[in-house]
Design a protein around this ligand. Structure first.
Ligand SMILES: [Zn+2]
Length: 80
């Protein structure tokens, strides 16, 4: 009924699957390393929006909060 043939093909597929799994793990490790490198080189700065403080001109996160340098409120007061 072809059991031997199925076993041979299954073994080959199993080896290929193991090789693919190893390649996938290596790729994941490389991607994770790149993520750490980007984080080290200021990748987070582009992740969050930043504006110039209307009072002192410093680059501060554009959150509804006060300037971390001069204490000026940034809530809706960026224009004008
Ligand atoms: Zn400021």
């Amino acid at each position: 009924m072809g059991h031997a043939y199925v076993a041979v093909v299954g073994g080959a597929v199993g080896r290929a699957a193991i090789l693919l799994a190893i390649c996938a793990l290596v790729l994941v490790a490389i991607v994770l390393q790149f993520g750490q490198v980007r984080a080290l080189y200021g990748g987070s700065e582009t992740a969050e929006e930043r504006i110039n403080c209307p009072s002192c001109g410093s680059r501060v996160p554009a959150e509804p909060d006060a300037c971390e340098y001069c204490g000026e409120s940034l809530e809706g007061g960026a224009e004008g």
